[in-house]
Ligand binder design. Sequence first.
Ligand code: DC
Length: 228
Amino acid sequence: MDTSRHISVAIDGPSGAGKSTLSRVAATELGFVYVDTGAIYRTVAFHTLRRGVDPQDASAVERLLPEIRIAMEYDGEGLQRMYLNGEDLTDLIRTQEISMAASKVSVHPAVRSFLLNMQREMAEKYSVIMDGRDIGTVVLPDADVKIFLTASSEARARRRWRDLQERGTAKDFQQLLQETRERDEADMNRAAAPLRPAEDAVLLDTTELTFEESGRRILEIIRERTGA
Ligand code: DC
C-alpha cells in the first residue's frame, strides 16, 4: 500500500443500516475524519424546501445550486456540523421530511456533480471514512477499503422505530417499514449513481449482528486491508 497518501474507506449501503454511527465510531478509533455525505444531500434538500421548490423538479432545483454554499466542521467528538450559507443546519436536517426530500434531490445529476468535488477534496486532505450510497462506485472508486453495509428492511425499520421511541417521538412501525422500502427503491433504481455495491466491496450484513459486533467487524476489515 502507498503510505505517502491518506487512507480512504468507503462505506455504502441503504438507509438505516447503521452506516453513520458505525462509521463515526470507527473513524474516532482510527483517528480518521468521518464524512457523512448524506448530510450534504440533506442540506441541499433543506434549501430546496425552504425556497418552496419541488425537490423532484430537476431544472428548478438546478437553478438553486448557485445560491448554495455548504461548509462542514467537526467538533471534538468527530460530529460533523453542516452549514448552509453560514447557518448551522446540523439538527434541522434530521427530520423524516428532509430524508424523503434528500432522496428526491439526490436523483438529479446536476446536484450530484455539484457535490462531487467537495466530497473528493475531503479524501485528498484527510484520511477518511466516508459514508453514502455511491462512495465506492463513483466518489472514491480508488478507496483503499470499500464496505457495503446492509440489513433487512425489517431490521432497519425496527432500529429506527426503537430510536424514535427512545427520543419520545414514537411512530407507527408499519409506516416506518414502508418509508424504508420506498427510500431503498428510490435510491437503488435512480439512473444517476444508484445504490449498489462496488465490485470490490466487502459485503457486511448486520441483520443478525449487534451494534458492537458490527463495529468490531468493520474495524477488522479496515485494519486487515490497510494496517491502520
Ligand atoms: O444517508 P442519508 O439517509 O442521510 O442520505 C439521505 C439521502 O441522500 C438518501 O436517501 C440518498 C441520498 N444520498 C445519495 O444519493 N448519495 C450519497 N452519497 C449519500 C446520500
